[in-house]
Design a binder for this molecule. Structure first.
Ligand SMILES: Nc1ncnc2c1ncn2[C@@H]1O[C@H](COP(=O)(O)OP(=O)(O)O)[C@@H](O)[C@H]1O
Ligand SMILES: [Mg+2]
Length: 239
């Protein structure tokens, strides 16, 4: 996926991206201070927010603004927010939702949902109502639901904020496994630089609506180009 000359204005400009290319099979970590524009960028990648201007390409093809094209593309992406919104229904039905909506047959749905719940360690809770889950369990269900229909791209906005270390580790393992086994490209927004360092191949550092620096996790964390990046990854206050 490629974004070119994207900008987003509300009452003022909150994001400006000259060029951003996301390559298949990698895990990207988006880091930066609160209000930097991380969620805005993720929502633009997901086509949930339309940019004020700019161009958007997927597999080299320009994406036009026809609603059919946008919806087709959106269906190739899974999106998970910090605050999970599950349907007030069983865990099983939550994970099955996207498959049912796409008209999959019952057998395929059963196989797929069973496997996913097993992978996220929630088989025992299949019949539980989603609104009775703990935060960590709910987030694991949300990820299972978002990858049930094999998206090419998984977008996560602070998926482990406020979770306990056990669930954070489980979720990071899930992300790594999905990436490795299914070749899903992942974009994860996190204000936890340690998390980005643990799981990302490439890190995008955003400040004040601009990409300050993008590079391999190794480079960003050990030898960044910019002083601002160095200060941020060292946990210092940047102005
Ligand atoms: N719907 C909106 N209307 C007006 N301003 C917004 C809206 N959404 C985000 N913003 C502003 O855009 C800036 C970037 O927000 P956001 O992308 O949520 O930052 P981050 O996720 O990095 O904390 C913030 O100043 C925020 O107040
Ligand atoms: Mg945000």
């Amino acid at each position: 996926m490629k974004l070119e000359n994207i900008n987003k204005e509300y009452d003022r400009e909150v994001l400006r991206v000259d060029s951003l290319e996301l390559n298949k099979g990698l895990i990207y970590g988006i880091i930066g201070p609160s209000g930097a524009g991380k969620s805005t960028l993720l929502r633009i990648i997901n086509l949930l927010t339309s940019p004020s201007q700019g161009a958007y390409y997927f597999h080299g093809q320009p994406i036009l603004k026809s609603s059919r094209e946008l919806i087709n593309l959106q269906r190739k992406m899974g999106l998970v927010f910090q605050k999970t919104l599950l349907f007030s229904d069983s865990v099983w039905n939550n994970v099955a939702y996207g498959l049912k909506a796409r008209g999959c047959c019952r057998e395929e749905i059963n196989d797929r949902v069973g496997l996913l719940l097993d992978q996220v360690g929630l088989s025992d809770l299949a019949k539980r109502r989603a609104d009775t889950l703990s935060g960590g369990e709910a987030q694991r269900v949300a990820i299972a639901r978002s990858v049930a229909y094999d998206p090419e791209l998984l977008l996560l906005d602070e998926p482990t904020a406020n979770l306990d270390p056990y669930n954070i580790e489980l979720i990071e393992e899930m992300i790594a496994t999905l990436n490795r086994e299914k070749d899903i490209t992942v974009v994860i927004v996190t204000h936890n630089v340690f998390q980005a360092r643990r799981i990302a191949d490439k890190v995008i550092f955003i400040d004040k609506g601009e990409i300050v620096e993008m590079g391999s996790a190794e480079k960003i964390f050990t030898d960044p180009e910019y002083e601002k990046t160095r200060l941020y990854v060292e946990g210092k206050v940047i102005s």
